[in-house]
Design a protein around this ligand. Sequence first.
Ligand SMILES: [Zn+2]
Length: 396
Amino acid sequence: MGNRITIGSIAGIEVRIHRSWVLIALLIGWSFWNRFVLVGYAPTPAVAMAVVGATLFFLSVLVHEFAHALEAQHRGVEVSGITLFLFGGVTEMSSDIRRPRDEFALTAIGPFSSLVLAAIFGLVAFYSGLAGLELVAQVAGLLGWINLALGLFNLLPGAPLDGGRILRALVWWVTGDRQRAVRFAARTGQLLAALIISFGIVQLLFVPAAALGGVWLIVIGGFLAFAAQSEIAQLALDEKLGGLTVGELLQRDELMTLTADTDVATAVEQLRVGPESTVAITRDGRAVGVLLIDHVARLPADQRAGRPVTEVMLPVEELPSVDRDAEITEALREMAGARPLAVTSREEGRERIDGVVAPEQLERVVRRTLQLGEPQATATSVGRPDAPGHLPRGGG
Ligand SMILES: [Zn+2]
């Protein structure tokens, strides 16, 4: 989180850059400049060409990511933003892709747009060369090759690269088993990463002229290996959580609840003795907000008595929301900022708020799942004891 800087928002999609991107941009600018000087330009015009080239490179990556993002939105997948880092970017989606053909389409359009850009830059280079616009032809030509490389590299068949996601969509489509497809694509991603790293090592050790290229291959391969590994870890957690939904979690693990007319001093005393650090605030049985221990802790002791909790709570309307039928993993993703979520459901087309879910509840269910293994079939018949002494009936 802290490694990303938001630079703006286009069509409701936040564009962020990873801090490492600043270094990459300088490196790219420098290598462009180097190339232009090598082909015979004086250092000063080469600086201008390099700046224009690096800017166009940045825009090219942005076009690629926006192609993913807009196609995703078009297919009803929520996009929370785009982050540029290393030589590419990531489009962050906050809701699940539900159909393989959606995954196929929203993935394939990225490399496709890079290839289209390559063709456009190639044509510009060709015609400006004919017209004697040598400077334009040089810059456009370079961008053409780079977009071609970007499109083709991204098509390599291993997740998290686009090619791996296309493969995943196809396996999902054919087998109907999404988890199997995710695992398959992540494994091919690991294999691909291993190949890229070995290639880099060979280049570094035996081809002195291309040693720097070898280092880059090792860095890129290492990044791919890490990303493929985390997809596998994520999948393992998904499987262990066994499709448990947010609604089911709410039924089994309720937050401490206080009514809206409670004063802050009373809330503080409740928080003092319980294990919770989040309290749901209700009015007439409906969740209206959440009180976080940090909020009340900041309030001086003499300002707590007589002050209604509604004055210091976070109103539910201001919380990010998650559907009651969504799986826990979706809530985990949505909660990346460690904020409570409002749980919503749809009734006759209208969205209503059913309750709130706090980070600590998700943390608890994940921890328990990792300790106890995945829920068994009988788990669905085990209810939350709703009154003291009233034990849930065993599964049968
Ligand atoms: Zn892509």
